[in-house]
Write a protein that binds this ligand. Structure first.
Ligand SMILES: [Zn+2]
Length: 422
């Protein structure tokens, strides 16, 4: 489907593009290692961006806005007179970009009236419409890429630009609304995005994250996610006189990884299939460690995976007499589907908002987690909404201006729909 008719709405498309270009130019790469050690924000440059968003909101006329010590931007707009009993709704997006790909000195390139040909960027980065059906469909649209040497940062500056432009429109056109809340959060990419979210601050009992991909895609389901850490204890000996007493923990760890089902790896699965992902292997003869991510959409599927890990650890012990394998399992996040289903209005409103703006909703399960899954777990059902960004976490990341406009229209429509809810 082609969405180019939406860019003709210049009063939205122009300020949206201007915001997007200015946001992606600001360096906000987060730092996984620092975040893992409990530092938030994991990088100070995120706070700088948070402060500038605070200033922009104030300029729009939002008076109740703060940046917390952990760099969450929290803004609240009181309900229009007479709509105080409408349920408050919160919109979220994240300010950081992933640290796996360079996100400093992003130089966005605007391809106006994109001709549908391959886009050749610096550093050998090529965007090939023949291999990217969404790019092929985007001819006539305004496409934004990086210069090819960095990521673009549409993940999630497209979300921030969409929310900011939506709020600006609501204020400028005096669109009646219930109480609105906006949260821009740090460190989403590190998995710590909700670690210090000020839960007590929220009036809203439901939220929407704008942190998704192609137009129409909405997400109310994500993986169940657990981490397995397997510690292998061996017995070190001089290698010259090792026979028969040495038990090599390195061999144990690699044997364990080899036993994982080859058809259930991240690189051999897609759609609704879960997997075992070895993330780290380390150690020496005396002791070694494997860190494994377990992912499954179903709770019983996850139970099966946890049992398999334990059985494989026992099998390794049997294979290496005298060696020990100790399994530790920790929960990372849970599939938000069930909790969102318990409060169907939140997702129903979203589907309706898409349909009312002429966009066919497409439910896609997220093969990962989101800030939304954490918030949902914490009691605030939070579906995720497309923003028009594509090829996230790569130098070939691109964004569609027409689809960003669609996302902005969905946000404004959501506000209108909720305003009718008493
Ligand atoms: Zn994101």
């Amino acid at each position: 489907m082609n969405y180019t008719n939406h860019i003709s709405k210049a009063d939205i498309a122009e300020p949206l593009l201007e915001r997007f270009l200015s946001y992606v130019s600001i360096w906000t790469t987060s730092d996984s290692a620092a975040a893992d050690s409990g530092v938030q924000p994991s990088t100070e440059q995120q706070r700088v961006f948070a402060k500038s968003l605070e200033a922009e909101l104030k300029k729009l006329g939002v008076t109740d806005v703060t940046v917390t010590e952990h760099a969450y931007v929290c803004a609240r707009i009181p309900a229009t007179k007479g709509l105080e009993s409408v349920p408050p709704v919160c919109f979220l997006a994240h300010i950081d970009t992933v640290d796996e790909v360079d996100g400093k000195n992003v130089k966005p390139q605007v391809h106006k009236n994109y001709d549908g040909a391959a886009i050749k960027l610096n550093g050998g980065t090529v965007l090939e419409p023949s291999k990217d059906k969404f790019l092929a469909e985007a001819s006539g649209d305004t496409i934004i890429t990086s210069d090819g040497t960095t990521l673009l940062g549409a993940d999630d500056k497209a979300g921030i630009a969409v929310i900011m432009t939506g709020i600006a429109e609501i204020i400028a056109k005096n669109i009646p609304h219930g109480e609105l809340e906006i949260v821009f959060s740090p460190d989403e990419e590190t998995g710590h995005g909700m670690d210090n979210v000020p839960l007590d601050w929220f009036h809203s009992k439901q939220c929407y994250t704008f942190d998704g991909g192609h137009a129409g895609e909405i997400e109310i389901e994500c993986f169940n996610a657990y981490k397995a850490e397997i510690d292998f204890a061996g017995r070190a000996m001089h290698t010259g006189t090792a026979r028969p007493d040495m038990v090599n923990a390195i061999s144990m760890a690699s044997s364990f990884v080899q036993m994982l089902p080859p058809a259930e790896k991240p690189e051999t699965t897609d759609c609704r299939q879960g997997f075992y992902a070895p993330m780290e292997i380390s150690g020496h003869i005396e002791s070694a460690k494997v860190v494994l991510f377990l992912r499954d959409f179903e709770a019983d599927g996850m139970e099966r995976r946890i049992n398999t890990v334990k059985q494989l650890a026992s099998a390794v012990e049997a294979q290496f007499p005298g060696g020990r394998a100790n399994v530790k399992i920790t929960q990372q996040y849970l599939n938000m589907f069930q909790k969102i289903q318990e409060n169907p209005l939140v997702a129903d409103m979203l589907k309706k908002a898409l349909l009312n703006t002429g966009i066919e909703p497409k439910l896609v399960p997220i093969r990962g987690g989101t800030d939304g899954s954490r918030l949902t777990e914490l009691g605030l059902p939070t579906p995720n909404v497309f923003t028009g960004g594509h090829n996230f976490h790569s130098k070939s990341e691109w964004a569609s201006l027409a689809q960003m406009v669609c996302a902005e229209e969905v946000l404004v429509e959501l506000v209108k729909l909720w305003a009718k809810e008493r």
